[in-house]
Write a protein that binds this ligand. Sequence first.
Ligand SMILES: NC(=O)c1ccc[n+]([C@@H]2O[C@H](COP(=O)([O-])OP(=O)(O)OC[C@H]3O[C@@H](n4cnc5c(N)ncnc54)[C@H](OP(=O)(O)O)[C@@H]3O)[C@@H](O)[C@H]2O)c1
Length: 296
Amino acid sequence: MGLLEAGTPPKRPTREDRERGVTTCAAAYDAGYRLFDTADAYGRGACEEILGDALREVSGLREDAVIATKCGTRQADDPAPGGLYRFDLSSEHIVMSCEGSLKRLGIETIDLYQLHRPDFLCDPHEVGAAFDGLKQQGKVRYFGVSNFLPSQVAMLQRWLNVDIVANQVEIHPLRLNCLEDGTLDLCFEKEMTPLAWSPLAGGVLGEGFTIDANNSQRTKLARLHEKLDRIGGEHGVSRSAICLAWLLKHPSGIVPIVGSTKPDRIRDAASAEDVELTRLQWYEIYVAAWGGERLH
Ligand SMILES: NC(=O)c1ccc[n+]([C@@H]2O[C@H](COP(=O)([O-])OP(=O)(O)OC[C@H]3O[C@@H](n4cnc5c(N)ncnc54)[C@H](OP(=O)(O)O)[C@@H]3O)[C@@H](O)[C@H]2O)c1
């Protein structure tokens, strides 16, 4: 379950935003979701605050759920007007960001703390020092990364005293890189959990998405929609559920982070857990996504 999207304008959440966020979290919790993912960057802290509201208000949520958040991106105008959006995995920034996230979430410990994006200037010794301190102080239970290439994960892990337990990456039928670039292989090898962001390609693969005549991927999209709908019909579930079941079928144990804010869609997405695609169905979707031609 993802909590609202990046790019939300930097405005204070209204009472309605907060109520809608808490309702969404409650619906997800009731539907059986147990991982709640957010980031300090989402809404510039507003999404963490709203998840904090939910943690206080939704009975059982704090005890049962894994609370995941991220650090390491710096927004435009931070710390002063004119500053660019950029990445910062310096020790100081990681520690300071974690303190801020804990405060906004209103909790003592973050269950999964992820480095949001690789930072080209990252010194892994600095990350190690920050992680050791946060772990020793009980501020973080587990550490993860996001959008890291396998080589970047391996390099960082080499200098850490703690394990990297997850890599959150973009995986869906319109984004196949992680199947092919070794990301999932490394997860398997190191027993890391792959978390899939935008599992419905940001809604493009969900039902109700209209393919615009100007969409450069319209042929592939139409082919994928047709395939997902047909297989959905065979299993008696929605297109979205099949798309998620396609991720769940991968033996590396991909955990899709569902991004909907609509309780009905959140409940519907949970039905993916009951779907067991055949190997043939999995490859039908892969081939439709890959190019529609015979694999060689
Ligand atoms: N680590 C990273 O760099 C990174 C980047 C992006 C996202 N994320 C994480 O991944 C989470 C999920 O990403 P995402 O929001 O892009 O996921 P997504 O589930 O692929 O897309 C969600 C979007 O699709 C729409 N949607 C959902 N179900 C639909 C359906 N059945 N039919 C049509 N539209 C549907 C939603 O609209 P409604 O709300 O109206 O249902 C929402 O706009 C985020 O919340 C965040 O936690 C991480």
